[in-house]
Design a protein around this ligand. Structure first.
Ligand code: ADP
Length: 516
């Protein structure tokens, strides 16, 4: 399944062109869609609904004018007010005092337009309009269209003029009955001419296409600009990614453009670094493993052949060499397996409460037998026993690896001090040696797989290069803190800390594991 996916990806990446729209085309389409929506809205509100909004505005003006006049119905300033209102709203006005539903006395009149209807219709018609207003609840509006101009003496010069002359006039008459402050009924007639919206609509219509063209040009320019901003860094990154896929790990991904592309560039640079490191490690790993496996194998084969061909060489020492080399091979393979299991997550800690102090003592006992004849001094100090909740086998391995390293790197001093202290609910185990120490620039790397400070193979003290990596992985799995303090020429102190599950009674200070 994974193979299939990989193959598909490789095929896709290898293809020259990809179907589908690019960023520029998508942006252009999106911008055009936005412009189209804006234009439709503009068209609807500015052109289609222009008449409707104009009429609504006019009607609102009638109401406002009427409200102003109503305040002055019983005042001496009624005539002046009507005059001002007529000028302000461009309307003709007539105000009557009424009684019993009939118009009685005209109180004010402003004739501001030549084509005013309310000043040129018989009183009977005015009375009918007023009656209509009363039956409609106080307000009645009518629209009257006056035919086109037929003035032959002044013929139109242009087509537009002719069309305007032939355009009928629309007059609106607003009749309202109002009760004054003195309780008297009044009738307010207002007459306004509705400007034909045709010319405005025409002008706006023509303007509309210019606006549309300008908006589209701006939209395309913006789409082009933005797409360049986004696509250029992406294209560069794509090229770099292809180069990376071809094995060029020195490639630098561009971190230009908008925030997301910059972030992507940084992430890809980080990924390229990691791939490069991992590739480097892999190569080193293969070289190390092949070397580490080949050396004991050569020894085993060599010694076996010598013993087969030369009977005098069949000694216990030579057999011991073969056994030692086989053990080295076994521990190398075991370490590799352990590490890969821990890293793959198949080996999970089986957390149980156990006595860590006892476990350290157990490791010490192993050393007592193993290094007794080499003159090492390995001591363990613990003020009290401490129990922790962890995987006992894994912790055993951690302590073993740390002590093993201390033994390997303690130099001529041959002294290793293991100590255990409890404070603040945590138990700390420290393994100290007085060997050559670790150079400060190497300290950060020693926890890496197959990392060896001294790369020249010195068989007497070499390990597998996996010990500390296993320690780190196990301690990380347990959420433990750990570290190392080391001074060149003075030695190193490796430590780790775990939360205490419980503490036991006073413990004895163990004598050095072996002194000879
Ligand atoms: P190795 O099997 O080579 O010891 P480790 O992973 O255990 O591998 O250690 C990595 C490297 O860290 C060692 O090769 C060594 O250079 C350095 N190192 C580890 N422990 C000590 C120590 N106690 N003193 C000095 N150097 C050490």
């Amino acid at each position: 399944m994974a193979q299939k996916v990989k193959k598909k990806r490789a095929e896709r990446a290898g293809r020259k062109s990809f179907p589908g729209l690019g960023i520029m085309a998508r942006l252009m389409l999106s911008f055009t869609a936005v412009v189209a929506v804006m234009l439709v809205i503009l068209w609807i509100f500015q052109i289609l609904l222009l008449d409707f909004f104009y009429e609504r505005t006019k009607m609102r003006e009638f109401t406002e004018a009427n409200r102003t006049i109503s305040g002055y119905l019983t005042s001496d300033r009624l005539e002046d007010t009507c005059y001002n209102v007529a000028i302000q709203y461009d309307v003709c006005i007539r105000v009557f005092a009424c009684s019993g539903g009939s118009l009685r006395k005209e109180l004010a009149s402003v004739d501001a337009s030549q084509s005013c209807i309310i000043h040129h219709i018989p009183n009977g018609t005015l009375q009918t309009y007023y009656s209509n207003s009363l039956s409609e609840g106080g307000t009645w509006v009518t629209r009257i269209t006056i035919g086109s101009s037929e003035d032959e003496s002044d013929p139109p010069e242009t087509r537009e003029e002719e069309r305007l002359l032939r355009t009928p006039k629309v007059m609106a008459i607003d009749v309202r009955s109002v009760t004054g402050a003195d309780g008297t009924e009044y009738a307010v007639f207002m007459n306004a001419e509705f400007t034909p919206m045709y010319t405005v609509t025409q002008t706006l219509g023509r303007l509309f296409w210019w606006i549309a063209a300008a908006l589209l040009i701006i939209a395309f320019a913006l789409a082009y600009f933005f797409s360049l901003q986004i696509s250029r860094p992406l294209e560069k990154m794509n090229e770099s990614a292809k180069s990376l896929a071809a094995g060029n790990y020195d490639i630098e991904f561009s971190s230009a453009g908008c925030r997301e592309t910059r972030e992507l560039g940084e992430t890809l640079n980080y990924a390229a670094d990691e791939i490069s490191k991992s590739d480097h490690l892999q190569k080193e790993l293969i070289a190390n493993i092949s070397h580490d496996l080949r050396t004991p194998l050569t020894m085993i084969a060599g010694y076996s052949e010598i013993m087969r061909d030369i009977p005098s060489e069949r000694s216990a020492e030579n057999v011991q060499v073969i056994i030692d080399e086989s053990n080295r091979l076994t521990s190398l393979v075991n370490d590799m397996l352990d590490l890969s299991r821990i890293r793959a997550g198949t080996k999970l800690p089986d957390r149980l409460e156990f006595n860590l102090t006892e476990t350290v003592r157990e490791v010490m006992q192993r050393y007592a037998v193993l290094v007794a004849h080499d003159g090492y001094k390995i001591s363990f100090e613990a003020a009290s026993d401490a129990c922790v909740c962890a995987d006992r086998t894994m912790m055993l391995q951690v302590v073993y690896n740390l002590i093993n390293n201390a033994v390997n790197y303690c130099g001529e001093d041959k002294t290793v001090l293991v100590s255990q202290s409890v404070s603040g609910g945590r138990v700390r185990v420290t393994v100290t040696d007085h060997g050559e120490g670790i150079p400060p620039e190497e300290i950060g790397n020693i926890w890496d797989r197959y990392y060896k400070v001294d790369r020249v193979h010195r068989r007497a003290r070499i390990g597998t290069g996996l010990g500390l990596s296993i320690v780190r992985n196990i301690l990380q799995l347990h959420g433990a803190s750990f570290g190392v303090e080391s001074t060149r020429g003075c030695g190193s102190s490796f430590w780790f800390e775990l939360p205490v599950a419980s503490t036991g009674g006073e413990a004895e200070v163990l004598p050095p594991a072996s002194i000879q």
